[in-house]
Design a protein around this ligand. Structure first.
Ligand code: PLZ
Length: 447
């Protein structure tokens, strides 16, 4: 390709039209007539190119990307090794269906997943198209392995938008409203939310697990699934010891412990997986998003004996582990290794945390700054209370977009701003985005 792409794009913030510009407004008009009104949009612009830390819209405005398409483009958009692998694969073959005739990239992605995920026991993997599909299949595997039905999930959880995963997701609006009934045998228990429950990890785990024992019965539970850091729920980092206590209880009770690392995985938190921070080794782990640099791919990786408990033909799907998506994943994983992007996530996290801690000294609406690595959040509350300030994140995100910074919101109460820059963003661009974000927050609250 002769034109610059990916990280070669000018790494600058540049606003050349009003936001949205005329071309984005025209696309919004067309969209109204062609696209279901049920799809939301975080920013009112249409993207044309992206790479490194920027996203350039159809009007030529260059935005600093602090969202990575919701934690997907950890290696940046159009990362060179991803583009190279994809181009090569696209000319070789685009689809056979792995259940018809296999191909090497699928096996190689599974090998990588088995190698990179926590624990050095024997693991096997299966590949799918989306995070929700990985979650569904992890539950299928756990049920087949245990012969039990119940699934335990947590408050503030997000696991997807399909019927089973909607039922596993905590928040009603916009994910569940009007879409029931949901799948039976899904039980929700409290999580560890240090800001709001004041419990240490052991206390929070005891509270959750007593609920399971009294209300479900440990011997009925096939799987306990948790995001090691809640994503859509507001980047809630559990108290230290909470995850290890859950894992221990699962092992003692023959329950499959599943970590949903779809948002936290692939270097995002400063380790390959968020479980690594506490040495937690899940029986099964679900991955997607960051795995393939933007291509639709998801994985379920687990103890070989659990993954192999399903009858032959019991797992599958037409496109799961598509060869082009696998080639992209191999390019993305190589990029993460070669550039040590997990270490880069630590540095990004340090910069963001420093800026946000400084900001905390200038306004009293910040209840907490939290996160790990390049997964950082601000929770807003009425000063002196924990009453959620639910309108503020949306207003701040809107004002940031006007200035050329894309940021995302989150939280069961809608009162969280989350920051998920691509791990290849440069320091200068990151600091510029953080300064704009901090100034915008102060302006919005009149501080
Ligand atoms: N598990 C932990 O974060 C996807 C959802 C965006 P899919 N999160 C972004 C939206 O509003 O739809 C997610 C996740 C965790 C599962 C999923 C589901 O992954 O690839 O969106 O199906």
């Amino acid at each position: 390709m002769s034109e610059p792409f990916g990280p070669e794009l000018p790494q600058v913030r540049k606003i050349v039209t009003e936001i949205p510009g005329p071309r984005s407004r025209a696309l919004s008009e067309r969209r109204k007539h062609a696209v279901s009104a049920a799809l939301g949009a975080a920013v009112p612009i249409y993207a044309d190119r992206a790479g490194g830390g920027v996203m350039i819209d159809v009007d030529g405005n260059s935005f600093i990307d602090m969202g990575s398409g919701i934690a997907v483009t950890n290696v940046g958009n159009s990362a060179p090794l991803v583009a190279e692998n994809v181009t090569d694969q696209v000319h070789r073959l685009t689809h056979t269906c792995f259940m018809v005739a296999g191909y090497e990239p699928y096996i190689e992605v599974c090998e990588q997943l088995n190698d990179l995920t926590p624990g050095d026991h024997e693991k096997h993997s299966a590949l799918f198209n989306s995070g929700a599909e990985a979650v569904e299949n992890a539950i299928k595997v756990a049920r087949a392995h245990t012969g039990r039905h119940a699934v335990v999930v947590f408050e503030h959880a997000y696991h997807g938008r399909t019927n089973l995963t909607m039922g596993m997701t905590a928040k009603n609006m916009p994910y569940k409203e009007s879409f029931g009934p949901f799948s039976p045998e899904v039980y929700r228990v409290p999580t560890s939310y240090p800001l709001r429950d004041g419990l240490d990890g052991a206390q929070a785990a005891e509270r959750s697990l007593k609920r399971v024992e009294f209300e479900v019965g440990a011997h009925n539970v096939a799987a306990l699934m948790i995001e090691p850091i809640k994503g859509e729920g507001g980047f809630i980092v559990p108290a230290e010891g909470f995850l290890p206590a859950l894992q221990e209880w699962c092992t003692a009770n023959g329950v499959v412990f599943i970590a949903d690392e779809i948002q936290t995985g692939f270097g995002r938190t400063g380790e390959w997986f968020a479980c690594d921070h506490e040495g937690v080794v899940p029986d099964v782990i679900t991955t997607a998003k960051g795995i393939a640099g933007g291509f639709p791919l998801a994985g379920v990786t687990g103890r070989a004996e659990i993954m192999d408990a399903v009858h032959v033909g019991g797992l599958g799907g037409t496109y799961g582990g598509n060869p082009v998506a696998c080639a992209a994943a191999l390019g993305a994983i190589r990029t993460m290794k070669e550039q040590d992007l997990a270490a880069r996530a630590v540095r990004i996290g340090d910069i963001m945390r420093q800026k946000l801690t400084d900001l905390q000294g200038k306004t009293d609406v910040i209840a907490e700054v939290r996160g790990r690595g390049a997964m950082m959040a601000i929770e807003f509350a009425e000063p002196g209370t924990l009453a959620p300030l639910a309108d503020l994140p949306k207003a701040v995100a809107g004002a940031c977009a006007q200035q050329g910074v894309v940021i995302l919101t989150a939280g069961t109460y809608g009162n969280v701003i989350r920051l998920l820059p691509p791990l290849v963003i440069g320091d200068d661009l990151l600091i510029e985005a953080m300064d704009i974000l901090c100034d915008t927050i102060l302006a919005e609250v009149g501080a």
